[in-house]
Every structure is written in C-alpha cells, then in structure tokens.
Design a protein around this ligand. Structure first.
Ligand SMILES: NC(=O)c1ccc[n+]([C@@H]2O[C@H](COP(=O)([O-])OP(=O)(O)OC[C@H]3O[C@@H](n4cnc5c(N)ncnc54)[C@H](OP(=O)(O)O)[C@@H]3O)[C@@H](O)[C@H]2O)c1
Length: 208
C-alpha cells in the first residue's frame, strides 16, 4: 500500500515503523523538512511536502496535534479527495482530575477534520494507546475503527493487521467522539495507577 504520513513525531514514527516493516511504500511530511527527512531515513521511506505525502497515500495518516490538524489538511483537500485519512488524534488537555476533552459538547476531532476536507474518507483509529505501545506491543491489540467509507475502512483494517493488531469495527464517524472520550477515560485511569481493563467483564458475561 502507498501511505502518506503527515507529521514526524512519536506516532508518525511508531506507526510508520510498523508499516515500513510490513513493506509499505511511505512518504513522510512535516512542517520541519529536516525532521521529515530524518524520520524517513529511519523508516527507509521518502520525505516530501505535505502535498506530496497527501497525494502519495492510498491511506494518509494525520499524526499531528488535534488543534492543528484541520488547518494542515484543509489546503490539501484536492489531494486528499477520495483517500482514506486516518485520524489518530486525541483532543485532550490535562485537567485537575485527569485528561479532559477539548471537544466536550461539540464535534469530535475526527468530525472537525472531516469538515475541513469533505472529500476525504476520515477513519478514527490508533488513538487509544501510547506511541510506545504501537512501537513495542501492538500484537493482539484490538483497534477500534470509526468511519463511513467501506473502502477506507478496508485500508484501515489492513493497516491494523499489518501492525499485528486486530481491527474492531466501531461504527460510523459519528461514533468517533466516543472513542476519543474513551481515550480520555483510560489515560486518566492509567495515570492514576489503575487498570481500565478491569472494568470490563469477560465476553461471555458481557451481554448478561
Ligand atoms: N504520543 C502518543 O502516545 C499518542 C497516542 C495516541 C494518539 N496520539 C495523538 O497523535 C497525534 C500526534 O501525537 P505525537 O505524540 O506524534 O506528537 P508529536 O510527537 O509532538 O509530533 C507532532 C507532529 O506534528 C507537528 N506539528 C505540531 N504542530 C504543528 C502545526 N501547527 N502544523 C504542522 N505540524 C505541526 C510536529 O512538528 P514539529 O516537530 O515541528 O513540532 C510533529 O511533526 C496527536 O493528535 C496525539 O493526540 C498520540
């Protein structure tokens, strides 16, 4: 698969390394061209501009801060039209009792990105776990996917599988806000020293 990566930080490297290992053809872009070039060299990929990465990818990963992503992708609307745009962002800020959603009461981060590039097929994915987890322990991790386009979801499932994870269909893009809220919840529990997995029953008991 051809993959464009927007951003050259922790998530770009963690996910990009797994996809490069799986043999995908990757173009990395960042606002700092040197950082893109350095990451591309580590991945065995190529560096380019945001427009080149967007035009390259069958799937394009936005690995940028949630607040910056709509402004970065909006000028790329033509290049991104018809492509799968993977949004891994967490619209959270530190709060007194743990991470707080910046989107509370409004559109999800994924929806804001979709509104900025109406022709792209946005899929929410990979936001629940830390970059170090995707880099070191992706095997067997279920990855909730929210999106509205069947083809884009197929690509997202393949990207999950290629990391060693398990795709978990989690509904349309209108469900993305719930996955973003789940990230705020689980990160809060982890940082408080708890184990959020313990709130869930065994599957055979879950339906009562
Ligand atoms: N890190 C995690 O464990 C984790 C886990 C799940 C989800 N996420 C989400 O993944 C996304 C990326 O996180 P990250 O940890 O990879 O961040 P990061 O390491 O800070 O990298 C962010 C990238 O975005 C670029 N960037 C920042 N502001 C920008 C702007 N205004 N315009 C264009 N580019 C900009 C940075 O460029 P510079 O280097 O020039 O600043 C860098 O290339 C975030 O939305 C985060 O919520 C992160």
């Amino acid at each position: 698969m051809r993959i464009g990566i927007l951003g050259a930080g922790a998530m770009a490297e963690a996910l990009g390394a797994g996809w490069a290992k799986a043999g995908h053809d990757i173009v990395v872009a960042a606002r700092d061209a040197d950082r893109a070039t350095e990451l591309a060299a580590r991945l065995g990929a190529r560096a380019g501009t945001f427009a080149e990465a967007a035009a390259h990818g069958d799937a394009v990963l936005a690995a940028l801060p949630h607040a910056a992503t709509p402004d970065v992708v909006s000028p790329l609307a033509d290049a991104l039209a018809g492509r799968a745009l993977i949004d891994c962002s967490n619209p959270i800020v530190p709060g007194p009792g743990g991470p707080m959603l910046t989107t509370d009461g409004g559109s999800s981060a994924a929806r804001r990105i979709a509104d900025a590039v109406p022709g792209a097929h946005v899929v929410k994915a990979f936001n629940l776990c830390a970059a170090e987890v995707w880099a070191r322990y992706p095997d067997g991790l279920a990855v909730p996917l929210c999106g509205d386009d069947a083809g884009a979801l197929d690509l997202a499932r393949a990207l999950v599988t290629d990391l060693g994870g398990l795709p978990l269909d989690a509904g349309g893009l209108d469900r993305a806000g719930y996955v973003e809220a789940t990230a705020a919840f689980v990160i809060g529990v982890w940082f408080a020293g708890g184990d959020p997995r313990t709130v869930l029953p065994l599957d055979e008991h879950a339906r009562g």
